[in-house]
Design a protein around this ligand. Structure first.
Ligand code: PLP
Length: 379
């Protein structure tokens, strides 16, 4: 059987990873500034994470959600403390798309409405039955349950206000920082206005922190830079450092009832073990503070580079927009300089390194990046 060929692949086989570095099967070392789509939060193969998962593998790998799983309780407690949302409840799933799908379901159960507002260039995931793509945006909405999605420009408060006026919008869904759409940070004032408008009209505010959460922005959640408290927050990616796990953080205004939501694998013993280890390491190694510090340093250095049109981001979620497509620069970085980066749209390089990235790692990257830029012919 062949693989269904949907991903353009680099001809590199990663065989090992340690911290902020990966190694291919010939032993060639790469600096990893992408972390497999923002997934690697505490670093590759962290010894504490490996030890915890190994122990769990030897003990119990899986049992269903029909019995008590103390690891879920421990994870919820630790996540509540780390994020400042101790009064919220946690529903565990396996991916970002699933987290958003459940968030939208909860919102519609709460207010009985079916219209959803999202933003241009947003990305909230893909599931087979429930994708709708408009204006380069992709949202998981249970369309079979009758959701209609409208897209507005990020920052256009007036359009959102007007649309919410009839008190018939179920939810507004927005990323803490747009990732796939080019690392765009919503203005603090915009997020605050959105929060106020949602409260005033009974609209559920869903903050998708799947990519921007888990300490990446320098705070646990990117929206915390705006001081707002959304009704629902979704997480995944960095939550398990590569082990698939996602979550929905749900405000106390939602009442749970048996059978309201459900999943077979969500919150499995192995997934919870991975997620607990991640939170322990983020705390003990002060990775949020590190993300803020190294991110600030990187951005200060990057804005000095004349070839870059704009540098955007917060913490270790950084976008560098160029006047022209970045394909060649990224390819040279990877094959000549052994640095993994990502891209958003055609003209933006996306950096999503592990949160343990050191100043030395940052300096190595800056040297290699300058060398590539200085020897690239720009039109
Ligand atoms: N939401 C955001 C902001 C994302 O960046 C992504 C994936 O890139 C998703 C949701 C979907 O997550 P998953 O691929 O785990 O379903």
């Amino acid at each position: 059987m062949n693989l269904f060929d949907v991903y353009p692949l680099f001809d590199i086989e990663i065989a090992k990873g340690i911290g902020c570095r990966t190694y291919d099967k010939q032993g060639i070392e790469y600096l990893d500034l992408y972390g497999g789509h923002a997934v690697i939060s505490i670093g590759h193969s962290h010894p504490y994470y490996v030890q915890k998962l190994t122990h769990q593998l030897e003990t119990l790998v899986f049992y269903s959600n029909s019995v008590i799983n103390k690891l879920q309780v421990e994870l919820a407690e630790k996540l509540g403390k780390a994020s400042g949302y101790e009064d919220y409840s946690l529903f565990l799933v396996n991916s970002g798309a699933e987290a958003n799908e459940n968030a939208l379901k909860l919102a519609s159960f709460k207010n009985g409405r079916s219209k959803v507002i999202a933003f241009n260039k947003s990305f909230h995931g893909r599931t087979s039955a429930a994708v709708r793509v408009t204006n380069n945006s992709s949202i998981v909405a249970p369309i079979n349950e009758g959701f209609e999605v409208d897209f507005f420009a990020l920052g256009d408060v007036d359009a959102v206000r007007k649309s919410l006026q009839n008190n018939d919008v179920c939810a507004v869904i927005i990323e803490g920082i747009q990732g796939v759409g080019g690392i765009r940070v919503p203005d603090v004032e915009f997020l605050q206005a959105l929060s106020d408008e949602c409260k005033a009209t009974g609209t559920i505010l869903i903050l998708d922190e799947v990519q921007s959460g888990y300490g990446r922005s320098g705070k646990f959640f990117a929206h915390q830079h705006a001081g707002i408290r959304p009704d629902i927050i979704t997480v995944a990616k960095g939550m398990g450092n590569g082990f698939p796990i996602g979550g929905v953080l749900i405000s106390p205004m939602f009442a749970a009832s048996h059978g309201l939501l459900g999943t077979t694998f969500g919150g499995s013993h192995l997934a919870c073990t991975a997620a607990i280890a991640v939170l322990d390491i983020i705390k003990v190694e002060h990775l949020m503070e590190n993300a803020e510090k190294i991110g600030k340093y990187l951005m200060e250095e990057l804005i000095k580079m004349p070839q870059i049109k704009e540098v955007r981001g917060l913490g270790l979620m950084i976008g560098m927009e160029f006047e022209q497509p970045v394909k060649e620069i990224r390819s040279r970085l990877l094959f000549e300089k052994k640095v993994f980066t990502g891209a958003s749209e055609t003209n933006t390089i996306r950096l999503l390194p592990p949160l343990c990235m050191s100043k030395n790692d940052a300096d190595i990257f800056l040297v290699r990046f300058r060398e590539v830029l200085q020897t690239t012919i720009f039109d």
